[in-house]
Write a protein that binds this ligand. Structure first.
Ligand SMILES: [Ca+2]
Length: 223
């Protein structure tokens, strides 16, 4: 690989990692885990992008249908205590806003983990995830997908859903808001114990500009 090719590959990797990975057969996929005997078998992250107290989280809005427990359970960094629940058949949800500025125009999201736990079928999950892209019309939300884990059959259970890119890239790019809705189409309700979002800030335009200038200077010297 000559220097020009290396530079082109490097710039592609920085400018559009999601597109770069998407050049093959990248796909948003999910994996389910479940554990009988415990309501808290899977650890929650306390340092993910939407966790309470993280500088990347601006606020939580649109919390609805929290019939008992606390909406704090969505992002308190633990999978125990304060589980947030809705009654049979209802939907619960919330929207998390990430800290964005012109120099941080959104976040590239690599994975999302949703946890639930209880002593009946409300440990099951039926989660719809949608997102807003920084700079787009405020009312425009894109649906990532709906993900289901119905492994709980009674007794203490924990369920986990992991949503990720099949090639290790990003599942969403330039995101400034993420919404979760526990649809509960399975007819029970859901005891949510945590929603975790992992990713990194989009490279700021100033840094990209400097990188491009450096690359152009290198090419000019080469030629
Ligand atoms: Ca968390």
């Amino acid at each position: 690989m000559n220097i020009t090719t290396k530079l082109a590959v490097g710039l592609l990797g920085v400018l559009a990692p999601g597109m770069w990975m998407g050049a093959a057969d990248a796909a948003v996929v999910s994996a389910n885990n479940s554990s009988y005997g415990s309501q808290t078998a899977f650890a929650a992250s306390s340092t993910d992008l939407i966790n309470a107290g993280q500088p990347t989280l601006v606020g939580v809005s649109g919390v609805y249908n929290v019939n008992f427990g606390s909406a704090n359970a969505f992002n308190d960094g633990t999978a125990s205590g304060g589980a947030c629940c809705t009654d049979v058949g209802n939907t619960i949800g919330a929207t998390f806003t990430l800290a964005c500025t012109p120099s941080i125009p959104g976040y590239n999201i690599s994975s999302i983990v949703t946890l639930a736990g209880w002593d009946d079928a409300r440990a099951n999950q039926d989660i719809q995830i949608s997102y807003h892209v920084y700079g787009e019309d405020p009312g425009t939300f894109h649906t990532l997908g709906t993900y289901n884990n119905s492994d709980a059959t009674g007794g203490n259970y924990s369920t986990k859903i992991t949503v990720y890119d099949s090639l290790g890239g990003y599942i969403m790019s330039g995101v400034d808001k993420i919404s979760f809705a526990a649809l509960n189409t399975h007819g029970y309700g859901t005891m949510v114990t945590e929603w975790d979002v992992f990713g990194t800030a989009v490279p700021e335009p100033a840094s990209l500009g400097l990188l491009l200038l450096g690359g152009l200077a290198l090419l000019r010297r080469r030629w």
